[in-house]
Design a protein around this ligand. Sequence first.
Ligand code: NDP
Length: 416
Amino acid sequence: VAPPAFKDEFGGTLGATCIPVFLPLTVLYLLCVCRSPVASVLQWPPVLPPTAQLWDPLAPVLILGWMALQSFFYLLPMGKVRRAGMVLKDGSRLKYPINGFYALCSTAVLLTLSLWLGMPLGYLFELLLPLAVCAIGVSFLLSLYLYICSFWAPHHALAQGGNTGNPLYDFFMGRELNPRIGSFDLKYFCELRPGLIGWVVINFGMLMKEVELRDSASLAMILVNGFQLLYVADALWNEEAVLTTMDIVHDGFGFMLVFGDLAWVPFTYSLQAAFLVVHPQSLSPLGATAIVTLNGAGYYIFRKSNSQKNQFRRDPTHPSVANLETIATATGKRLLVSGWWGLVRHPNYLGDLLMALAWSLPCGFNHLLPYFYVVYFTVLLIHREARDERHCRAKYGLAWDSYCRRVPYRIFPYIY
Ligand code: NDP
């Protein structure tokens, strides 16, 4: 049963008009605040950078060079050769290279080499604003390209959500589900490579800036770098799992995902590291142990629950999931009602949010800015949960209702 198309996601036309203006400005604003001595998000009038700080001719060279380098790694015959994704509307299955982890390792080798050659990686701190401006520019251009090209795509290749005929809404949501240039899948590439690996490279640049300024990296900076590297390495190690996510299976590739992947993730997820460059924090061994434990607990819940569902969807007879209680649905697919998915309806979001908190705590309690990620991510996951819930109710009908009765809490046990 195909879920119906939704025409009012993200606030419909109004949301699709305002978000592409508001979110890029938010990225630039947060970066400015983060570098200011006060670092107050609520400061009025807001911190505005001189225009000269927004542009550096090196920025477009680095952004385009970075995209080219990651595309090169994507195309290299490393890792598993190619794996089929989900079954599409016309019954076909696309193939994808599973070599993201190798791309991360190759990037690490190149970074080590550039350090050895004496490249000033700490200069990324000075370049953050111009790089963000260029990433935003690239997001707009790529989204426009995708929107125009989608009119040549066959009907079965279009996404359900981004084909309302309203150009602004369709540009935002994305008309085509899996746009490709030959066998190069643009959405799959952008989801996990340039932005995600770019995020940890920016973090590392902030660490090097700290070493330049204070001769060594602080414990807080090492924790933030370590936690976020673990998260990115995990995503790339389990790259195949992205093939079953809402982003790949359901959403078209439009401004929402392009901007999220290329600009929002690398430049707002690295705010804690950038904040620590200007606002160093000292951490007690006890505080650090508590934060490491929180991150470990979050990671455990996140990884175990995601792996359990992925394993169940891939092979429900596998010994690790065969004994779990399930309910049947009219589509032939079953839903887990015990194990992690019997605790709350989105245990993976719970783990993700615990990790998000652990990433902010090393930045202390004197500023709101480093907690931006936890607040934003909570809103994002609550909104995402509601979207997924609508899709699942449309897909599974009564079976979904009985799952909700069996597992009443969505993300936080006994709270929400
Ligand atoms: P999920 O991995 O949570 O998948 C949701 C789908 O799982 C549903 O549509 C349904 O699909 C299936 N499902 C739901 N309940 C059950 C059940 N009880 N039994 C079996 N299958 C079930 O979706 P996301 O793509 O939102 O998240 C993937 C991961 O990515 C999460 O860990 C999330 O935290 C993370 N994430 C991180 C972001 C970031 O910016 N850092 C952004 C977004 C997500 P079906 O039945 O069709 O299989």
